[in-house]
Design a protein around this ligand. Structure first.
Ligand SMILES: Cc1cc2nc3c(=O)[nH]c(=O)nc-3n(C[C@H](O)[C@H](O)[C@H](O)COP(=O)(O)OP(=O)(O)OC[C@H]3O[C@@H](n4cnc5c(N)ncnc54)[C@H](O)[C@@H]3O)c2cc1C
Ligand code: SF4
Length: 338
């Protein structure tokens, strides 16, 4: 058994100072990922700083007309909040597509961003893994890689980011508010998570002494169509093989705004703003969605077992865009694909 100290932080600055004082310290929010990692000996913090006493649970209006979600709001608090489900149904839908009711009651919005990959080699400390121990190797590259990345991977790591919520936040253009020793900074969602590159052990650009304090959602037009379409091995309680979050506004049959991100395919939610320009101004029809999917996936590379994901991602993108454009989003209580 590994020993660690447990403390409950009473304010944000104190939590930051404690993180700074100990390189192996870790923050505890809902604990649904951190405790699993500790049980598997993947994460071995010497100090666990419980942040549940910090005033970071509130969801409130921003002066710009959006919403600010406190980092400790639970996934259930956010998914069922009336303002979120009315104005950001894409976010509610993505959260409800993930985990289970019990987990969503514990898991927090800040913790969801920082959950680690579900690559099974990462969770087995008997096996090398560049993300766990830099320089030790990537057995997934030549091993069982059915669930692994087809976009943005490197020779050192082909893991995917497992979150559903983050795929929606990427399409919404959310902003992550973090607080550290040097004050508060706002990080665009697309800059928060990293591709593996040469430093696969780093999942995000968050510094060790920084705490996520909130997520800001920009104002969003009420007429915009949305859909979160998640494809997985089981209809519930499974991580995505491919998931797509789409926001599409159609006026007189022409797309006037489009944002789309893909989960389950890369080390971070995958968004291609240049490809999105193909959609804006085009007719909202299947052939256009297909051309967009071709462009979005033109750099996709398959490993031995995950080649099916390229075609699956193509079809899921097209279907999700159809659902969003027609304002017939995927239902998370009835998951049949029509
Ligand atoms: C069986 C199972 C199934 C799941 N299925 C899904 C799924 O289908 N889809 C999905 O998206 N997720 C799924 N999850 C993951 C779940 O959503 C995450 O475990 C959860 O969101 C993490 O939140 P938490 O508050 O419990 O984080 P914790 O476990 O407390 O923390 C996770 C990490 O974030 C850090 N952290 C937490 N809060 C902050 C903060 N405010 N600032 C800085 N660092 C912080 C911690 O130090 C830790 O490193 C599943 C989890 C389990 C166990
Ligand atoms: S894909 Fe990444 S997390 Fe998985 S074994 Fe390779 S280095 Fe480790």
């Amino acid at each position: 058994m590994r020993h660690f100290r447990y403390v409950k932080a009473t304010d944000i600055k104190e939590a930051i100072a404690m993180m700074l004082s100990e390189p192996e310290a870790a923050l505890l929010a809902g604990g649904t990922n951190l405790l699993d990692l500790m049980k598997y000996d993947v994460s071995t913090p010497t100090l666990v700083i419980d942040i549940n006493g910090l005033p970071l649970r509130e969801i409130r209006e921003t002066p710009e007309g959006g919403l600010r979600i406190g980092a400790l709001a639970t996934n259930a608090d956010v998914a069922y909040d009336e303002r979120i489900s009315a104005r950001y149904p894409l976010l509610s839908s993505a959260i409800l597509a993930g985990a289970s009711g019990q987990l969503r009651n514990m898991a927090t919005i800040g913790g969801n961003l920082l959950q680690r990959t579900r690559c099974s080699y990462f969770y087995d400390i008997q096996i090398p893994c560049n993300k766990r121990k830099p320089g030790s190797g990537c057995p997934a590259k030549t091993g069982l890689n059915r669930g692994h990345a087809i976009l943005g991977a490197s020779e050192l790591c082909i893991a995917t980011h497992p979150s559903d919520m983050c795929v929606a936040l990427a399409a919404i253009d959310a902003v992550v508010i973090v607080e550290g020793l040097r004050g508060t900074r706002a990080v665009a969602f697309s800059d928060f998570h990293r591709l593996p590159g040469e430093i696969p052990q780093l999942d995000t650009n968050l510094l060790h002494d920084e705490i996520i304090v909130a997520i800001d959602l920009p104002p969003i037009s009420a007429q915009i169509g949305h859909s979160y379409l998640k494809i997985r091995d089981r209809l519930s309680y499974a991580f995505a093989l491919v998931s797509v979050a789409a926001l599409v506004k159609v006026d007189d049959g022409v797309i006037t705004r489009a944002a789309l991100s893909v989960g389950g395919v890369a080390h971070k939610p995958w968004r291609d703003r240049e490809a999105e320009t193909l959609l804006v101004g085009a007719n909202a029809e299947r052939s256009v969605f297909g051309q967009f999917a071709d462009r979005l996936l033109h750099t996709a590379v398959a490993e031995e077992h995950n080649g099916f994901k390229i075609e699956l991602a193509h079809r899921t993108v097209v279907r999700c865009l159809e659902q969003a454009a027609a304002q017939t989003p995927q239902s998370q209580s009835d998951k049949r694909i029509r």
